[in-house]
Design a protein around this ligand. Structure first.
Ligand code: FAD
Length: 436
């Protein structure tokens, strides 16, 4: 008979859930990751663009992402196991971000990069044209809806330049990366249960979390339960009786990522780079097979599609089509296929697009949620941070009264975990977009 008592239950086996399982198991906790899907990384992680970049709108965001970069760079050493299914690969192609009034010509982010020792190069328009001849360097801002008569019209103004961050890129297979974490967690003694849907979260007589109940009626007991349910985070919080107890809440947001063939003069194959362009409110990422992935940077003109995570449309629609057409403004040679392929999935968006890594009002119940389309890159750090937080709180620390601090080893800097509190005021420094 399978074990029913553990030290910690992790709800979800996505990239962050698996990382939390790994780090708690490494600390000696008897852990089980429980997921309703058949394998690790099959939830929103599977459709992640898995871009690794170090530019965020807050210093904490940049620091955590730069810390995370090092884990992807040293992935095999960090895991210490060889997954028989193969190892995910970090393609360090660098990231090119256009300077625009929207991002204050990147001055704040360059200042934060300077403070954290993150390398970057400023590229003037000539340098951009040398590297990416296909780019039309006129401004088209602001991004517009497809039915706007001004759609596709340039302002006539030239872009001022861009910043290239060489320490960035993407992970070629986010699902495999999650499986790699699962293997490492299992090597450290962690367990995984799949096809196991949690339908209730139980409390003991003292009002502390006691475990979970599954759809088949079976129970798993543990004094620690962690919500890492991605776009289902709000539903899990509701099950735990926590609805209405937090200042920052989470919702599922539908997002489309079209995949289109890269034109010959847009060097975005294996040797290409990630681009982020707030002038046209899109980002691109090279992909295998000469394709590029196109994501949205959430411009105001686009309607946000808040959905029920158990009931949403999985087909590419005009949302994806407009993203392709916006990139075609910058890259005129981009063909727009009649039928656009790609993926549709959900972000678990917090009110200020910054995640919640925290304890909760239910003793023993923790939160790693609200990842807002931008935390794949941070998964290894989030795993360590959450394990540190759980361990501190389980050893009597009152995190709500005196926030726990977490040392970012590679960046050599302390992070106040209170920055990610469920009860913080909305962080007005945020981009309120996928950029975090
Ligand atoms: C289209 C898209 C593009 C993205 N691009 C990037 C990017 O380029 N860079 C970046 O850093 N981030 C990106 N992200 C964000 C990143 O992928 C997520 O932050 C990350 O994958 C979240 O991982 P997770 O483990 O928290 O959640 P998930 O991967 O969603 O895992 C949650 C798991 O919980 C399980 N679960 C839910 N409810 C229950 C239940 N009741 N019982 C049991 N199990 C349950 C689910 O089955 C699921 O497997 C992107 C996200 C999307 C959707």
């Amino acid at each position: 008979m399978s074990e029913t008592r553990f030290d910690a239950i992790i709800i979800g086996a996505g990239i962050i859930g698996a990382a939390v399982g790994l780090e708690l198991a490494r600390k000696g906790y008897r852990t089980v990751n429980v997921d309703r899907l058949p394998a690790a990384g099959y939830g929103s992680t599977s459709n992640s663009c898995a871009i690794i970049r170090t530019y965020y709108s807050t210093l904490e965001g940049c620091a955590m992402a730069f810390e995370g970069y090092h884990y992807w760079r040293d992935w095999n050493d960090y895991l210490g196991v060889v997954d028989p299914a193969g190892m995910a690969r970090f393609v360090e192609c660098g990231t090119l971000v256009m300077k625009t009034p929207h991002n204050r010509f990147l001055s704040p982010v360059m200042a934060m990069s300077d403070e954290l020792g993150i390398a970057y190069e400023e590229w003037n328009p000539e340098r951009i044209s040398q590297r990416v001849p296909a780019f039309d360097l006129r401004s088209f801002a602001p991004a517009r809806a497809m039915d706007d008569p001004m759609f596709g019209e340039s302002t006539g103004e030239p872009l001022r330049g861009a910043v290239f961050w060489p320490q960035g890129g993407y992970v070629d297979d986010p699902q495999l990366a999650t499986h790699n974490l699962q293997c490492a967690a299992q090597a450290a003694g962690g367990e995984f249960r799949f096809n196991a849907e949690i339908t209730a979260i139980r409390r003991d007589a003292n009002g502390r979390v006691a475990g979970v109940t599954l759809a088949d009626g079976s129970r798993i007991d543990a004094p620690v339960v962690i919500n890492v349910a991605g776009p289902h985070s709000a539903k899990i919080n509701e099950m735990a009786g926590l609805a209405g107890t937090m200042n920052i809440n989470t919702r599922a947001l539908r997002h489309e990522v079209p995949h289109v063939p890269a034109p010959a003069d847009f060097d975005v194959g294996e040797g290409g780079m990630v681009t982020s362009d707030s002038d046209i409110a899109t980002y691109t990422r090279p992909a295998s097979g000469g394709q590029i992935l196109i994501g949205s940077e959430d411009p105001e003109c686009d309607t946000r599609q808040w959905v029920d995570p158990d009931d949403f449309d999985h087909e590419i629609s005009d949302q994806g089509r407009v993203q392709v057409m916006r990139v075609a403004q910058r890259v005129a040679s981009l063909g727009i296929p009649n039928r656009i392929g790609g993926v549709v999935d959900l972000y678990d968006v917090s009110d200020d697009w910054i995640p919640i890594y925290d304890c909760s009002d239910l003793p023993g119940f923790y939160l790693a949620i609200g990842t807002s389309g931008n935390q794949f890159k941070n998964a290894p750090v989030a795993g360590k941070l959450m394990a540190h937080l759980v361990d501190a709180c389980e050893n009597g620390h009152d995190h709500d009264a005196v926030p726990v601090r977490f040392h970012l080893k590679r960046v050599n800097r302390d992070l106040n975990i209170g920055f990610y509190s469920r009860n913080r005021p909305i962080n007005r420094d945020s981009s309120f977009s996928v950029l975090g």
